[in-house]
Design a protein around this ligand. Structure first.
Ligand SMILES: [Zn+2]
Length: 153
């Protein structure tokens, strides 16, 4: 296996419901994201000798992340007062989906945790890998220097 990883960085805001801890407060994180793709064999390198050009990952994933998530507030759709505030102020926000993999309704899937944000990015990266004939390896999302969530589909 030969893999390549591209890193991105973007600040977000969030707060968690059904949780008694620091992330229950309205606050932000400076998120580091790593996206990894692979091929099984050197014979699968492209004609330039790449698994994939890093610039293509930047165009396909980085631009989407920046447009969608940079300085956005991730909100639990059950958090009515926060949702109203964001909408009243026309502030950039993402309403957390809970059915991205059609697991059905589950309260834990509504909260904007690193796990659930990584899932949104993981699905995008998985689809990107499929389009480019690559293997999706993983998405790693750092909430801080010492805490990250890693997802493989
Ligand atoms: Zn937090």
């Amino acid at each position: 296996m030969i893999t390549v990883t591209k890193k991105f960085n973007f600040p977000i805001g969030h707060c968690l419901l059904n949780y008694d801890g620091p992330c229950a407060n309205i606050h932000g994180h400076n998120i580091d994201l790593e996206v990894t793709f692979g091929i099984r064999h050197y014979m699968s390198l492209d004609n330039a000798g790449f698994v994939i050009d890093f610039n293509e990952i930047k165009k396909g994933i980085g631009s989407w992340v920046e447009e969608s998530f940079d300085h956005a507030f991730f909100v639990n759709p059950m958090d009515a007062s926060m949702l109203k505030l964001l909408m009243d102020r026309n502030s950039k926000h993402i309403i957390m989906p809970n059915n991205i993999l059609q697991y059905g309704d589950h309260t834990g899937l509504y909260n904007p945790t690193m796990e659930n944000i990584a899932l949104i990015i993981g699905v995008k990266a998985y689809n990107f890998a499929h389009l480019k004939n690559l293997i999706f390896i993983k998405v790693r999302l750092y909430e801080s220097d010492t805490s990250f969530c890693e997802i493989e589909l």
